[in-house]
Design a binder for this molecule. Structure first.
Ligand SMILES: Nc1ncnc2c1ncn2[C@@H]1O[C@H](COP(=O)(O)OP(=O)(O)OP(=O)(O)O)[C@@H](O)[C@H]1O
Ligand SMILES: [Mg+2]
Length: 258
């Protein structure tokens, strides 16, 4: 693979990099990333969503488009990062597809990944969101540790909680004192969501000596499934649904980071 040119990012103008991770799979990272991207764009931010689940196609399927180029084409030097980004009509943000047909990107060497992250930081966006695959394999760990903010999605299932704790612990080793925040998804209500957050936060403060902040609680909402089934972003299809309102609040807090 050919090395990418890596211009120096300007710290004053470079985008805020937010990685979206979870321990357990299937807790809503990809859906949340798409919706957060759309909510930030609706709040007048320039947003790029990078599909960082490098082995599988995710974002393009939820949005119903077929990418012309992916990260593999960028790394092979056929297109630039900017050329590979696909503007999502009507949703106000762009997507950088991460997969390669061969799945070879899942084992991308660390320096290539660092170059990609460095390249993303030079693009003209206010926010770059990284939708990671479940768990923290080496590629995920690097991307999580390279982010300005790490959002860890958790649900009230015990396996989701223990796996989220493991992710936070690993990230603490890779990037001590990083800005890590918790998003509780699939909550039955505010009280149970708060309970889920409190049990994870308590474990973190007891065993890691620090307490991640709560980024927000997202309610379980059948509109989410409906929007995904129709391959349409939630804020387009159901802008006033409970989950849309919850993600809009999270976007408002995150948007203030830049
Ligand atoms: N707030 C919600 N309300 C209702 N359903 C939800 C909500 N969030 C996620 N889901 C459901 O969870 C499913 C899984 O979501 P998604 O594919 O985004 O998870 P993921 O964490 O990215 O999975 P993976 O670990 O495989 O990448 C969705 O198809 C959707 O039906
Ligand atoms: Mg996913």
């Amino acid at each position: 693979m050919q090395a990418l040119p890596a211009p120096e990012p300007n710290p004053a103008t470079r985008p805020h990099l937010t990685a979206i991770a979870s321990g357990k799979g299937g807790v809503g990272k990809t859906w949340f990333s798409v919706t957060l991207a759309q909510a930030l764009a609706a709040q007048h931010h320039r947003v790029l969503l990078f599909d960082g689940d490098l082995g599988l196609a995710n974002v393009d399927i939820q949005l119903g488009f077929t990418p012309k180029h992916d990260l593999g084409a960028v790394l092979a030097g056929r297109v630039t990062l900017a050329e590979a980004a696909v503007p999502i009509g009507g949703a106000g943000f762009s997507v950088l597809p991460g997969r390669s047909g061969s799945g070879a990107l899942a084992s991308l060497p660390g320096d290539a990944l660092a170059t990609v992250l460095g390249g993303l930081a030079t693009l003209p966006y206010d926010h770059v969101l990284l939708d990671l695959g479940a768990g923290l394999d080496t590629a995920n760990r690097r991307m999580a540790a390279g982010a300005d903010t790490l959002l860890v999605l958790v649900t009230d299932e015990p396996t989701s909680l223990t796996d989220a704790y493991a992710v936070i612990k690993l990230n603490e080793a890779d990037a001590p004192r990083a800005d890590v925040r918790i998003v509780v998804n699939l909550a039955t209500g505010a009280t149970s969501g708060q309970r889920t957050y409190t049990s994870l936060a308590r474990a973190c403060s007891r065993f890691l000596g620090r307490t991640p902040k709560l980024a927000g609680i997202i309610r379980r909402d059948p509109h989410v499934t409906d929007a995904i089934r129709h391959q349409t972003p939630l804020l387009t299809r159901h802008p006033n649904s409970p989950a849309a309102v919850d993600v809009t609040h999270i976007a408002a807090a995150l948007g203030g980071e830049r």
